[in-house]
Design a protein around this ligand. Structure first.
Ligand SMILES: NC(=O)c1ccc[n+]([C@@H]2O[C@H](COP(=O)([O-])OP(=O)(O)OC[C@H]3O[C@@H](n4cnc5c(N)ncnc54)[C@H](OP(=O)(O)O)[C@@H]3O)[C@@H](O)[C@H]2O)c1
Length: 331
């Protein structure tokens, strides 16, 4: 089979297209599509913190068809998706023609979702959905009353990226008023409005916020950026509001104070897609199937052949890729 491999040669780490024997394991999947997430960019560019032992097949997502299964929960011909769960980090990932995976976190695709759509959604869209679900739960349980979290403006940072674009589409589909925060307002503002953003703001407005408490602007946020952007976002959340933190595209630091939490009862919810339990995975994929407009998903996605994926690594890390990149592993 053809596969990408991240290989180490001394201090140098590089990603190559290789021929390799097909793997065996609990569930063997004929992969049709994978994707390039931010984390895949880090792994393929040889940055630390994603792949522990080389060589490894990169790709934190896969979507395809079961070839064989030792697990009675799956049968040949089942269309499946797997996000995270160590793929492309601890075990061989999805940027390959055939993958052997564990059944534990494998999800059978809803009827209406194609394998291409599953990869276009990918970990980024799955994480956006987990973030929306977390905010919905906080909204429903809020002692500040229904709508204290999702009843007002909801800001999405890293808006033109994979998590951001799908978060905007999902929030707008459920009637939320979305504010998109981006560093590419000129180039991507019109596109972000097409996805459903009511307003587009320059990301410097958040990252330069300075003060720990500022005039309130939104009831909730989905942040894939971290650092001063998340700190600035938190400073403007209305009392009883909440923020889902899922990323670190700007940085892993959080130069904030406790004031939004103790003076405005703001909640900061953490989102981890990699180890999400199976019940939550199924819930998220069912909601993605019902809430996400396939036409919008097509408009925010680009498809490339397997050999072109490594070349996108540095571009996604530089914040130059728009929306989602699907990899057709058979092309
Ligand atoms: N918690 C989880 O389980 C989970 C799952 C998926 C992803 N993530 C994390 O979420 C983040 C986004 O992932 P992704 O796949 O959506 O990546 P992506 O497609 O590269 O999008 C990231 C976006 O962040 C913004 N950005 C990039 N560099 C920035 C900087 N220096 N300062 C401020 N904003 C910057 C850009 O948006 P604009 O151009 O619009 O400004 C960029 O498009 C990554 O850190 C990723 O590791 C976490």
């Amino acid at each position: 089979m053809r596969t990408l491999l991240v290989e180490r040669d001394g201090d140098a780490i590089a990603t190559h297209l290789r021929e390799r024997d097909e793997p065996t394991g609990e569930v063997v999947v004929d992969v049709e599509y994978s994707g390039v997430n931010y984390k895949d960019g880090l792994a393929m560019a040889g940055r630390p913190g994603v792949i522990r032992d080389h060589p490894l097949v990169p790709g934190i997502d896969l979507a395809g068809v079961v070839r064989t299964s030792e697990n009675t929960g799956f049968a040949p011909g089942d269309r499946v998706v797997l996000n995270g769960s160590g793929l492309g980090e601890r075990v061989d990932g999805g940027l390959t023609e055939v993958a052997a995976v564990r059944a534990e976190h494998l999800v059978r695709l809803p009827e209406t979702v194609s394998t291409w759509e599953a990869a276009a959604i990918g970990t980024a869209g799955f994480t956006a959905m987990l973030s929306v679900l977390a905010l919905e739960r906080l909204d429903a349980a809020s002692p500040y009353g229904g709508g204290s979290v999702l009843g007002g403006d909801v800001v999405v940072t890293g808006a033109a990226g994979g998590v951001g674009t799908i978060a905007i589409a999902l929030l707008a589909a459920s009637g939320r008023r979305v504010i998109a925060s981006t560093g590419r307002a000129d180039a991507q503002g019109a596109f972000l409005r097409e996805l459903g953003a009511a307003e587009v703001v320059d990301r410097d407005e958040l990252s330069d916020a300075g003060k720990p408490l500022r005039p309130t602007r939104w009831t909730a946020g989905i942040d894939s950026v971290g650092s001063t952007t998340l700190a600035g976002l938190l400073a403007s959340v209305r009392p009883g509001g909440a923020v889902a933190a899922c990323g670190l595209a700007q940085g892993a630091d959080l130069p904030a104070t406790v004031l939004p939490f103790i003076l405005r009862a703001v909640t900061l919810a953490g989102i981890n897609s990699v180890d999400a339990p199976i019940a939550l995975r199924r819930e998220a994929w069912a909601r993605l199937a019902s809430d996400l407009d396939p036409a919008l998903l097509r408009s925010l996605s680009t498809t490339v052949p397997l050999a072109e994926a490594p070349g996108l690594a540095e571009r996604i890390l530089a914040g130059e890729v728009r929306g989602r990149t699907v990899v057709d592993v058979r092309a």
